[in-house]
Design a protein around this ligand. Sequence first.
Ligand code: ADE
Length: 409
Amino acid sequence: MPRPANTQHATRNTKVPHLVRLLLAWFSQNARDLPWRRTHDPYGIWVSEIMLQQTQVKTVIPYWERWMRELPTIAALAKANPDAIHKLWEGLGYYTRVRNMQKAAQDIVTKGQIGVNAHPHPGPLPRGEGETLERFRKTRCDETQSSAYEFPERFEDVLALPGIGRYTAGAICSIAFNQPTPILDGNVIRVLTRVFGIGENPREKNTNAQLWNLAEQLVIHATRDTRHASPASHLNQSLMELGALICTPRDPKCLICPISKHCFAFQNNRVSDFPNLDKRPAATARRFAAFVVEHRGSFLVRQRPAGVVNAHLWEFPNVELNGAPIEPAAAAHEVLGFVPKDLKAFCTIKHSITRYRITVEAFRTSATNRKSASLSRWLSLAELHKLSFPSAHKKILKSITVEEQHRPR
Ligand code: ADE
């Protein structure tokens, strides 16, 4: 169990006050205008933090905006159809995240807390030139107060929700409630190991604890800045922002970094030595054969069962080839239970996720009847477009759609 976030430490690093001052000043001038920075709604901030796990900011923006339009409150998420939430998440991957979010929303609703800090997302405001983020957020918050299910405010209660670990709880409590709860993710690890010259592996237990401690010292020190309305929020976001924009893994922009004067790695010309992470294992190639089977305008698809990767999503019947050369007829027999007469190569899809380089060879054929197994269905193209598919199968669906549009009638 992580320690409570507001423990004071006997030995404060002497760099901390300088770093806090410079980071807050830099963030006030350089923060990106991201849609979730236009709200104080803890629900919207929670959604953004979950989407941003493993996913880049530019990818998340349209997903977050659509999600907040369609499910603007905790209550809306709690009662949403599981198919609808998977569809809103389609393409982001790691679908356990979305199921955990719904479970968490249902827990909050079941506990039945009604509060004032749950304001439905108001939609974007144009950001005027020179307008500070702070003034901007104040307006949004005051405009949108309304009663609804309340997102928990205590760090321990946030941490207890499904799918929320120490980083995400710290991010939500600091950004939404300005609590001095530290954050430590890949970006923050990079910044802190470089600034403080921490050469040990940051995943090692003691080093990791040392990094959390430094992150905590920084955010606690920030709250001393009484001129600032949200110092804990902005200090943590400044670390995220610096890691994303300046202190990048490759080609960091040290010459414009606001804290380079205090950075051990920069001052010692050793930026590329930090962080000291294990080399990633090389990606594994995986090959699949998939079958687009049509019967009078309907296509055979199946739903992935619970407990497997991409559970609940739909896919074209397929099999993993395990390094063997493709034998389409044999693969079709294994997957479909029959060998189609008119099997044709249709498209090749390449897709990379985490440590896998996936190739899917898709074949097209027609069936003489609509026999199907459990979890399988025959559906029209329009119906298929309402379902959620893993990315590779979404690309197959796109190819079918394009082909159908160009088919002579
Ligand atoms: N990465 C993780 N959380 C973030 C946030 N709130 N803003 C920008 N990037 C992030």
